[in-house]
Design a protein around this ligand. Sequence first.
Ligand code: GLY
Length: 369
Amino acid sequence: MLNRYEEALNRIAAKFRRTAEAAAEAGIIPYQSAGGKWTASPYDGNSWWTGGFWPGLMWQLWQLTGDGFFQEEARRAESLLTAEFRSFRKLNHDVGFMYLLSCGADAKLTGSEQPETDLLHAASLLMGRFNPAGFIRAWNEPERVGYAIIDCMMNLALLYRASRDTGDPRFRNTARIHADTTLREFLREDGSVSHIIELDPDTGKRVREHPGQGYGPGTQWSRGQAWGLYGFALAYRHLGEERYLKAAERIAENFTAHIRPDGLTDCDFCQPAEEERIDNLAGAIAACGLQELSALTGAEKWKRGAERLADGLLEHCADWGNERCGILTHCTASYHDDGAGRHTNIIYGDYFLTEALMKFCGKDPELWS
Ligand code: GLY
């Protein structure tokens, strides 16, 4: 008999088999869905940071089902993403999210050569953002030259992979320097992490913390907590330094203490109690990070935390009908700015929900490794 996670995966594959054709027909990389339609990212065209999640989802479903349709759709999106190398200027540190889950997944799962070349190209772009003052620069605006953000802990996975594939340690050595800066500047006493820290671009010294996508300065944006949790767990897996494991565990303790009784996740752990602002993206990402931590430590409590999250998402926020092309509802891109979506279906919610379920079922292709 199938368990609840295997059943959910089969339903996910069936729904995307129905709805992905519309994305191909529209010629877009889906970002959001509402009113039975896919829409593309609201900003920066195919250079927007979320472009890798659609092909990543297709590769997960190809791994699950072996259905060539999913491979074809993943490659359609991959070619749109590699075309962005040419325009280049809108790409930023999020090339990890974009190219690991597209070219990286393709090279890993099929052994194809061009995707591997494209993956190394992306890794070189990320290396090019490294400031020897000790951090990887996040964004491109001149006034943000010293900004580093917690999300980048996930992009470092591109560098671990490039070192492994080329035998050249400079990629992972760079990742280690950035991870240590993040450890020093972002991790707080209570196990929460900041979203954005501005560093002096010449000395690497801390200038100030900036409010980001959470409720306000010094609060706990839940998705940032999830990026930190999963990102430090991956840093431990790839760099082997105990301090990263300790950081991941501290962030996980704080995150699991804030899971709502219904298993969903507030957008900010410090938001006003009367505010109903959920971000299921954070819950889905943390359900993956907690399983990674459980695999690394053997501790069951992290797996239980991941189950609470996944069960909450499946019970309360999975749309199996036709109102949306995607599945996970109540995803919120940013607390105060609804431009990239509030309480809606957003593609990386579906990606991380699927990755979490693949992990529960022992089928995860480990695209971050
Ligand atoms: N990486 C940007 C975000 O989580 O919204």
